[in-house]
Design a protein around this ligand. Structure first.
Ligand SMILES: [Zn+2]
Length: 326
């Protein structure tokens, strides 16, 4: 039933005004994991769904880099534009997504929280989701960080995800590590049980394809509005330096961790030399003079299992669909 509705939405959007996209629209998709692990928490997009979505995007959009956006202003574009982005540096990107993207010659953007290049381990938020996915834990309580236990709800994983994310967002990097260490220990989660991340060598391979434009996702993935000024500047500039040292060119894209920013963060990001600032409010951008002046770009999240839902989510109606799917 739901799939039928999604098919109708897709049909209407591409055939009937006012549903049809304007040619100066810019759809930016945000991906994280692409694999067939069927994880409940922080779910991954299956490889086949990703491929179907890419075929669709290739057919109906001009797939561009952030640095191409300016070329689309004040010209008659035949198709709307799309940018494919990945955050968090999962190894899935090179293992599962890259073969499909390079086969279709589709450009994409990868944003790295650069600490993972040093530790070669998942960032803390993601470790929690993996512990929830792959251990037998059914509730978690640590009186140091919470007032009451969190019951792990596998039927409504988003509720559990939100509870953990809220606690972690309010912790300093050190406290966050303490939290994860405790969770890892009590669940007996082994190091090798966590999924892999991109290494500096992987980044170089991706870079050589000339299909990838890289960006920063901070250094340790903190909520940037909650850290000190000093830490904020460090997160932004250190990450930029690491990436520029690998690629020997300027890195000007910043994807805010958890999509969260405020005026101070925006100002610091511009000061650090970032030009393209990526947020996540799930709407479609219009390439206007205002957009290229402000350089703040909205992205639509993509993690859906079914290709019908994934396609329906490309229409900028994610918020509506979230309510509908509840
Ligand atoms: Zn992230």
């Amino acid at each position: 039933m739901k799939n039928k509705i999604f098919r109708i939405i897709r049909f209407l959007t591409f055939n009937y005004y006012p549903f049809r996209f304007k040619k100066n629209s810019l759809l930016i998709l945000m991906f994280h994991q692409v694999n067939d692990n069927k994880s409940k928490f922080y779910s991954a997009m299956p490889v086949k769904t990703f491929e179907i979505l890419c075929e669709f995007i290739k057919k109906h959009y001009d797939v561009i880099f952030f640095s191409d956006i300016r070329t689309r202003i004040n010209v008659k574009n035949k198709k709307p534009a799309a940018i494919i982005t990945f955050d968090d540096g999962h190894r899935d990107i090179i293992e599962n997504a890259f073969p499909i993207l390079s086969n279709m010659r589709l450009k994409f953007n990868v944003n790295i929280d650069t600490e993972i290049l040093e530790t070669l381990k998942l960032q803390d938020f993601l470790k929690v989701y993996e512990i929830l996915n792959y251990s037998q834990i059914d509730s978690y309580f640590n009186p140091k960080f919470m007032n009451e236990p969190i019951v792990i709800n596998k039927e409504k994983p988003i509720i559990t995800e939100m509870k953990f994310t809220e606690i972690l967002s309010n912790l300093s990097t050190e406290k966050r590590k303490e939290f994860i260490d405790d969770m890892t220990q009590i669940t007996n989660m082994k190091d090798h049980a966590f999924s892999k991340v991109l290494s500096p060598k992987d980044l170089k391979i991706l870079n050589e394809s000339a299909l990838v434009e890289f960006g920063s996702h901070s250094h340790t993935h903190p909520t940037l509005t909650k850290v000190s000024r000093e830490k904020l500047d460090f997160e932004l500039s250190h990450s930029k330096e690491i990436l520029e040292d690998i690629f020997k060119k300027k890195v000007e894209i910043l994807a805010y961790p958890n999509g969260i920013f405020d005026e101070t963060v925006e100002h610091a990001a511009k000061k650090a030399g970032y030009k393209y600032l990526l947020i996540t409010n799930h709407t479609i951008n219009l390439v206007t003079k205002r957009l290229v002046d402000e350089m703040i770009f909205d992205r639509v999240i993509q993690y859906h299992h079914s290709s019908e839902v994934a396609l329906a989510n490309t229409f900028g109606i994610t918020k509506f669909l979230k309510k509908f799917l509840k």
